[in-house]
Design a protein around this ligand. Structure first.
Ligand code: ZN
Length: 145
């Protein structure tokens, strides 16, 4: 099995069996982000305790890349401090801007490296970043509380 096939399976698995896709009734920040160019849409709830993200839940519709990416991010960034989450997000943004030149550090990005190939398709990068930008936005709001 080559890497592309494996990565496609990771993305498809997150799309079919999304993690944390059930909005928690309580939260510190709620955001709604859309990607009009593709029709992707998510609502995301974030909870934090003492500077650590303790819950990220979401609901949404859209393409497999957008939905898989928010599933991956919501799993990866929970349990991280706001600072850690921001550093990991920055790494992911860098990967998405690499135009296919970077493969991503799996020890930092875990399943998100499966999205590396998206960086070769400028029109899809917004799909992949939607969930991450929503988490960033929610983190800023939660920290203001
Ligand atoms: Zn999309």
């Amino acid at each position: 099995m080559n890497l592309d096939t494996l990565y496609q399976e990771v993305i498809l698995d997150h799309y079919k069996n999304p993690l944390n896709k059930k909005l928690a009734p309580t939260f510190d920040a709620q955001v709604h982000h859309i990607n009009p160019s593709c029709g992707d849409e998510i609502t995301l709830n974030l909870t934090a305790v003492d500077g650590v993200i303790t819950a990220i839940t979401w609901d949404g519709v859209g393409c497999s890349i957008s939905q898989a990416s928010v599933s991956i991010a919501s799993d990866l960034l929970v349990g991280k401090s706001f600072e850690q989450a921001e550093a990991i997000s920055d790494d992911f943004v860098e990967l998405m801007q690499s135009k296919g030149k970077k493969v991503g550090d799996e020890s930092v990005l875990e399943d998100a490296v499966a999205l590396a190939g998206v960086s070769q398709y400028p029109a899809r990068i917004k799909c992949a970043l939607l969930g991450w930008m929503a988490i960033k936005d929610a983190s800023i709001q939660a920290q203001r509380k």
